[in-house]
Ligand binder design. Structure first.
Ligand SMILES: Nc1ncnc2c1ncn2[C@@H]1O[C@H](COP(=O)(O)OP(=O)(O)OP(=O)(O)O)[C@@H](O)[C@H]1O
Ligand SMILES: [Zn+2]
Length: 729
């Protein structure tokens, strides 16, 4: 599928392979009136309509001249930078995704290529209105500074209705001028507010700045304990890139973290960076995309999709909280943004920084073996110390039945609140209760589309499937045994913890933050802000509050259920539990006052629990490393999952059998399955999984390609390949 390399040259005049952002495996041949370069964006007729496309390589031939359609370069001849085209090819080949699908991710703003439309604004003219009312005078006073403003801007600033402004335009007292469509992006000032770094920070910053100056690819793992100032430290590297006039990409795992981050960036650099994520409007998208392409946007902060932006001159990539699972995109093109960030940096020839207090085991191993520079920050900044972690054994320290906060945890909450400090309760479960069952017959309420329990959301009075979004009211009688009103909520979700907390501490100011609280993301941001401003004393939340936040007065963190780890058969379950709990713990005691973390568990002897109380992260990582090594699991071996799904369960199962039978025999390759997926029914689709495990030296993509190309599967079965899976559901 890879097109000939055209990075330097031009295509054979009048013919080229054009890749369309559609589920297509190859570029299509088109005629062009001018020689085109790889990356050039064209309008290409496709059937009855016209698609946007990108000149990708030489024409493949095979289409007779008269049948060849004509593609037309867009006005202004916009082009994707060559590095981005190479990146698209690379991601497609690595993830076994159709190149056109990957290209679609790089063309996320089609509007970006439309010509600039000027904005009309007004300045003071020579005309005078017949009568100068006070309102009119205010408008003229506002315009007196000579700045061009739009009608709504003038109306707002002068506190008049738009009609007043229009009256002044009609008589020539205001005259129109053309402004560029967008205000330019302000330039971050690398020296706006430079912190004084401590010794370790300074050393790490020095290495990263050196890498930026050298303009060479290389990976640094910025491995610093929670609250050690990783952000402050990598900002120095970003500042260096800005000084050199180059661009910086900072990836964050979740949009929820960006608001605080933008403020922090502004405090350091004087202005906010450009943002890129799925919540942007079309117009904002167009603005950012263009500014990234022209090089005007110097620093972009974004979610994983920002990796596919057309940077003109990328000088540094930073992946914050690099261990986060949210970096894995699980639908469409399945890719891991952290790994692809490393690839993009390699293609662009610039350094990349991976930052975390709990790195992924993969990055940890790479740092240990010297493939990555290992930059460590071993203590918290300033007077802050790492919090003490204690376990609460729920087998003998528990309250009344149906309650979830143990006497010890309640006692600690009371002490903290009395001392005027803040506390956080963490439970990685949305809603009120994860399971509702009939007390009379034991019937469990499950989703009609998925093999998953329905989760009660009591505020909304709904039962919700967290997988497909199916919702229903709580039935009055059991569908199985028809007993009336016998349903009971089992286990806690954050809403239930909130309920219990309010009963126990009716006077205390408390808020809940979960990704699906009633008011949506805005409400969650309010809860976080309220915590920052000390308008509340206690924050109860899911993983959304677990990381990244810096609440100086927070001294107590209570983990309601530390055993909510993972499933069997998930090779990263322990690692992930450790990372999550360690991150939550890391929110406590980040300023002067020391922090305490209480984790409620039924398995106090568990290796993860022991590692957390011993605060011996490296011992835990080294143990996990050994375990992965002996089982040939990543990063010591390779894995890929094949997920089969479809509405016809028999066809899906039969496809699984066919694949298992046709798996080519090869040295150092093992194929497991098919087995029903953990959620064997999802959104009405039956799901089966196969897992391919190979030694590191094996080209797993080539193996998969050969295999899948030869297998004839039922048409109504969807096949998805997940290379380096992180989810085993
Ligand atoms: N050199 C410094 N000068 C002044 N303040 C600093 C310095 N380094 C860190 N800080 C402050 O210490 C606090 C913790 O730093 P930061 O949030 O960057 O840590 P982190 O390592 O990213 O933490 P986490 O991984 O837990 O999110 C912040 O308020 C930050 O502004
Ligand atoms: Zn469902």
């Amino acid at each position: 599928m890879t097109a000939p390399d055209l990075k330097s040259g031009k295509t054979d005049c009048c013919r080229a392979g054009v890749l369309l952002p559609l589920p297509l495996a190859d570029a299509y041949d088109y005629k062009l009136s001018v020689p085109a370069r790889r990356g050039q964006i064209v309008a290409a007729p496709l059937g009855p309509r016209t698609s946007i496309g990108v000149v990708w390589g030489d024409a493949a031939g095979g289409v007779a001249e008269p049948r060849l359609k004509q593609a037309v370069p867009l006005d202004g001849e916009p082009a994707l930078p060559p590095g981005l085209c190479d990146f698209v090819d690379w991601v497609a080949q690595y993830t076994l995704t159709l190149p056109g699908m990957v290209l679609a991710m790089a063309l996320r703003s089609r509007q970006a290529f439309e010509p600039e439309s000027a904005r009309v604004a007004y300045i003071k003219g020579d005309g005078l209105p017949k009568k100068l009312t006070p309102a009119r005078q205010r408008v003229l006073d506002t315009a007196a500074d000579g700045l061009a403003r739009s009608v709504p801007q003038l109306a707002e600033e002068a506190n008049v209705t738009p009609a007043v402004v229009r009256g002044l335009i009609d008589c020539g007292a205001l005259i129109p001028v053309d402004l560029p469509e967008f205000d330019p992006f302000p330039r971050p000032d690398p020296d706006f507010s430079q912190p004084v770094l401590d010794t370790e920070q300074d050393l790490a910053a020095h290495v990263m700045k050196g890498a930026v100056k050298a303009k060479r690819f290389g990976v640094s793992l910025l491995d610093g304990v929670t609250g050690s100032g990783k952000t402050e430290t990598y900002f120095e590297a970003a500042a260096e890139a800005v000084r050199l006039g180059r661009q910086v990409l900072i990836l964050l795992p979740e949009i929820a973290l960006t608001v605080q981050f933008l403020d922090r960036f502004a405090a350091r650099f004087g202005v906010r960076p450009a943002e890129w994520h799925s919540d942007l409007s079309q117009r904002e998208r167009r603005r950012v995309y263009r500014a990234v392409m022209s090089g005007e946007a110097r620093v972009v902060v974004g979610a994983r999709s920002a990796l596919f932006l057309p940077f003109k001159d990328l000088g540094l990539v930073i992946v914050d909280e690099e261990h986060e699972q949210a970096y894995k995109q699980e639908d469409g093109a399945i890719y891991h943004a952290r790994d692809m960030a490393v690839v993009r940096a390699r293609i662009e020839g610039c350094p990349v920084v991976l930052a975390s207090a709990t790195p992924s085991l993969e990055s940890y191993v790479n740092a240990k073996t010297g493939r990555y520079a290992h930059l460590r920050l071993t203590s918290r900044h300033g007077a802050a110390v790492l919090p003490e972690v204690r376990l609460i054994d729920l087998r003998n320290d528990r309250g009344d039945p149906g309650t979830f906060l143990s006497p010890t945890l309640r006692g600690a909450l009371a002490t903290t609140i009395e001392a005027g400090e803040q506390a956080m309760l963490f439970l990685n479960r949305r809603g009120y209760a994860p399971l509702t069952l009939c007390e009379s017959c034991g019937h469990k309420l499950v989703c009609r589309n998925c093999s998953a329990w329905l989760v009660e959301h009591r505020y909304r009075k709904r039962l919700v499937c967290h997988h497909c979004g199916y919702e229903t009211g709580l039935p009055t009688e059991c569908p199985e045994c028809h007993t009336q009103g016998a349903f009971t909520a089992c286990g806690p979700g954050v809403e239930r913890v909130m309920e219990e907390f309010k009963l126990a501490f009716p006077e205390v100011r408390v808020a809940i933050a979960s990704s699906d609280t009633m008011g949506g993301p805005a409400e969650m941001q309010l809860a976080i802000r309220a915590m920052m401003k000390r308008e509340i004393d206690v924050l109860i939340g899911t993983q959304i509050v677990a990381k990244g936040h810096h609440f100086p007065q927070l001294t107590l963190v209570g983990v309601v259920d530390a055993d909510l780890g993972g499933s069997d058969g998930d090779l990263r379950a322990r690692e992930r539990t450790f990372q999550l709990l360690h991150q939550v713990a890391g929110r406590a005691g980040r300023a002067e006052k020391p922090g305490l973390v209480l984790m409620q568990t039924r398995n106090p002897k568990d290796a993860v629990m022991q590692a957390l109380i011993a605060s011996d992260r490296d011992a835990f990582y080294d143990q996990e490393t050994k375990y992965r090594e002996v089982t040939h699991a990543p990063p010591f071996g390779r894995l890929a999952a094949i997920i089969l799904s479809g509405h016809d369960g028999d066809a899906v199962r039969s496809a699984g059998r066919i694949l298992a039978q046709t798996a080519p025999a090869a040295r150092a390759v093992k194929v497991w399955g098919p087995t029903p997926a953990f959620y064997s029914l999802l959104r009405g689709q039956t799901r089966e999984r196969l897992l391919v495990q190979t030694e590191k030296s094996v080209d797993i993509q080539a193996y998969l390609r050969t295999w899948l190309a030869a297998a004839t599967l039922p048409k109504n079965v969807r096949v998805v390949v997940d290379v380096d899976p992180v989810s085993f559901f």
